[in-house]
Design a protein around this ligand. Structure first.
Ligand code: FES
Length: 87
């Protein structure tokens, strides 16, 4: 498990192993647009301010993934204990 931190409120949200980041955000009342939920469409693209995403989508290019400044929370996860999001 890891946590995502909302930069605007400082809120920490736990993401359990069997739950997507998008689902954890939705359960916490955070409004995030999603569509395909498979890492294909890019609808849920979210900026990452710190931490290292574990990219599992097919939307971002390798260069974009390596930059670690955005990720797709419908399918991607985190390699670091906390991922700080621009939300
Ligand atoms: Fe389509 Fe996340 S909802 S990439």
């Amino acid at each position: 498990a890891f946590q995502v931190k909302l930069s605007t409120s400082g809120r920490l949200i736990e993401v359990a192993p069997d739950v997507t980041v998008a689902a954890a955000l939705a359960a916490a009342g955070v409004d995030l647009p999603t569509s395909c939920e498979q890492g294909v469409c890019g609808t849920c693209l979210t900026r990452v301010l710190s931490g290292e995403p574990d990219h599992r989508d097919v939307y971002l290019t390798d260069e974009e993934k390596a930059a670690n400044d955005q990720f797709l929370p419908c399918c991607s996860r985190s390699k670091s204990p906390v991922l700080v999001l621009d939300l």
